[in-house]
Design a protein around this ligand. Structure first.
Ligand code: NA7
Length: 533
């Protein structure tokens, strides 16, 4: 390993939406910063997730940076929900517009980061055999950036092509006339399946857990709507930040329990939102995430729609989820359930007919052999902690993050972790992150970190470290809020339940405005819960 003479105020790991904005802010403040990015381009999630049909499920006018008034005025989104190519184009535009590339080193992965207590800096090593020194280490590594390959025997013996939705090739994949198998029915699969079915000669979907999905009702951007937002983008953003998930959508939530609304009004409300499309569905009533009886009403409504759409009653029943709606990340789709009416599309419930292994020709289940040319793994991610824990991060006394988080992530505000001084995480576990519009959460974290670094510079502090008690209280607080909701009632990736052996801990903080308020209180109380030295 070459110990380089390069010294930075801050190393930013990643050049997705978090890393890019962090780099921009650091440079604005006059800090010497570099970003290391494992891909050969910017965009993070939107760089990697190029599967057919990949699309954001937050509306374009909201899913964009707010930090530059000129940028948000000048950029034109073409659709209600942006597709992956357009979001990646936007990320590249931002990189060029703010001249970020000169401080991003592409195709460079950070493999370890060790805190040197005597020198009070991080020693950061990359897979380019270089070690650099930095006062601060900022992890902008994304929440869904380590793909999850299922532990199925014989994957390597399959002689056809295999793809993971989260690492889709850059070149178009030709599926014309091919027999395609898809494993998984999460958001990625639900977006991809109608596209895969369009091309493939045969498509077989292996489902472990059915998912709730609401029609996206995507369409071209409406010029009148765009003009109205752009006339006062500041207020639009401010209102969005006050919404529980920092997502307002185009239909306000109804402030009433489902149990307090009589039929037929209750069903009419749900139907109106089903027709409108998108996350607005979950705003039909104010207690869908809190009260099982209310949730059952919305869940049954969606099951009814699935039964309406899918011709074969047996297939419809297999596709109908029976857990709490919204407990797993709710999906948005375009013709997902309709796709199962096509004669060349088949659904296999692997609870009834388990996958035994992959073999040279395809997938062997307990009851059948399915031969494929292509198998697509839409099996998700080791979410929120996966990428952080793949890097050998060592804090005070050589303690590794892997050891510290062996029973689940422990953070203070989801921004820092005790005994890892001068280390920040953008949208880390314990922050609202994946339960919100990610860009809003990213901007809030970046601004908080930037202000903290400015404060430290102004007061000649060299070190910031979270207090262990403050951290313990934070973890308990995050769990207490989650326990008030229906989130812990199913096996979601929010709980780490999709990864065998991962500790079952609810990772994100529920609610955005209440979280921001806590972060502001901490600062106003002179960085309460931190030791500054
Ligand atoms: P998800 O939502 O984690 O979905 C992964 C899917 O793969 C899900 O249906 C899983 O079933 C299934 N899966 C995972 N492992 C296996 C094995 N071993 N066998 C069979 N099926 C399996 O990932 P996505 O990429 O779709 O979406 C991730 C996020 O990206 C999404 O929430 C949005 O925020 C954007 P399970 O439900 O675990 O039974």
């Amino acid at each position: 390993m070459v110990e380089s003479s390069r010294t930075f105020d801050a190393v930013v790991v990643g050049a997705g939406f978090a890393g890019m904005y962090m780099l921009h802010r650091l440079r604005e403040l006059g800090f010497q910063a570099v970003s290391f990015e494992r891909a050969d381009g910017v965009g993070g999630t939107w760089y990697w997730n190029r599967y057919p049909g990949a699309r954001c499920d937050v509306e374009s006018l909201e899913y964009s940076y707010s930090f530059s008034a000129e940028l948000q005025q000048q950029w034109e989104w073409s659709e209600r929900y942006s597709g992956q190519p357009e979001i990646l184009k936007y990320a590249n535009h931002v990189a060029d517009r703010f001249d970020l590339r000169k401080d991003i080193e592409f195709e460079t992965s950070v493999v370890s980061a060790k805190f040197n207590e005597a020198a009070k800096h991080w020693v950061v090593s990359t897979d380019r055999d270089e070690t650099v020194i930095s006062r601060f280490l900022i992890m902008a590594t994304g929440c869904l950036s380590s793909t999850n390959m299922p532990q199925i025997d014989g994957i390597d013996t399959f002689e056809g092509e295999t793809y993971h939705t989260g690492e889709w090739p850059h070149e178009p994949v030709d599926l014309n006339g091919k027999r395609v198998g898809v494993i998984g029915t999460g958001s990625s699969a639900i977006q991809a399946i109608p596209y895969l079915a369009n091309e493939a000669a045969e498509l077989v979907v292996f489902q472990r857990t059915p998912n709730f999905s609401i029609p996206a009702r995507n369409r071209s951007a409406d010029p009148a709507e765009v003009d109205a937002v752009k006339a006062d983008y500041e207020t639009f953003r401010a209102v969005n930040r006050m919404a529980p998930a920092a997502i307002r959508g185009t239909m306000p939530g109804r402030d009433q329990s489902a149990l307090d609304v009589a039929e037929p009004e209750r069903t009419e409300e749900l139907l109106k939102r089903w027709e409108h499309g998108g996350f607005a569905f979950m705003g039909a009533f104010n207690d869908l995430g809190l009260n099982k009886a209310s949730n059952d009403i919305a869940a049954e409504f969606v099951r009814e729609r699935i039964r309406d759409i899918v011709d074969d009653p047996e297939v419809a029943e297999t596709l109908a989820p029976h857990n709490v709606i919204g407990c797993k990340r709710i999906c948005l789709d375009t013709n997902y359930f309709e796709t199962y009416n096509l004669p060349h599309v088949k659904l296999v419930d692997i609870n009834k007919d388990p996958i035994e292994r992959l073999n040279a020709n395809g997938v062997k289940t307990a009851a059948s052999q399915y031969d494929f040319d292509v198998v697509v793994f839409a099996t998700g991610f080791d979410a929120m902690t996966g990428t952080l824990l793949r890097i050998d991060i060592q804090g005070l006394n050589g303690q590794s993050l892997q050891d510290k988080w062996a029973e689940g992530p422990k953070t203070y505000l989801g921004l820092t972790t005790a005994n890892f001084p001068n280390l920040f995480m953008i949208s880390g576990p314990g922050s609202p992150s994946v339960l919100t519009n990610m860009i809003v959460s990213i901007e809030q974290h970046v601004d908080w970190i930037a202000a903290c670094l400015e404060h430290m510079r102004a007061n000649q502090h060299q070190l910031i470290n979270a207090d262990a008690n403050a951290e313990t209280e934070w973890v308990a607080y995050v769990n207490a809020i989650a326990d008030m909701t229906l989130y812990p009632t199913c096996n979601s990736w929010y709980l780490g339940a999709n990864i065998p052996g991962k500790p079952r801990v609810f990772m994100p903080h529920v609610g955005f405005p209440n979280y921001v308020q806590r972060c502001e209180e901490v600062v106003n109380n002179n960085y309460q819960g931190f030791e500054l030295a």
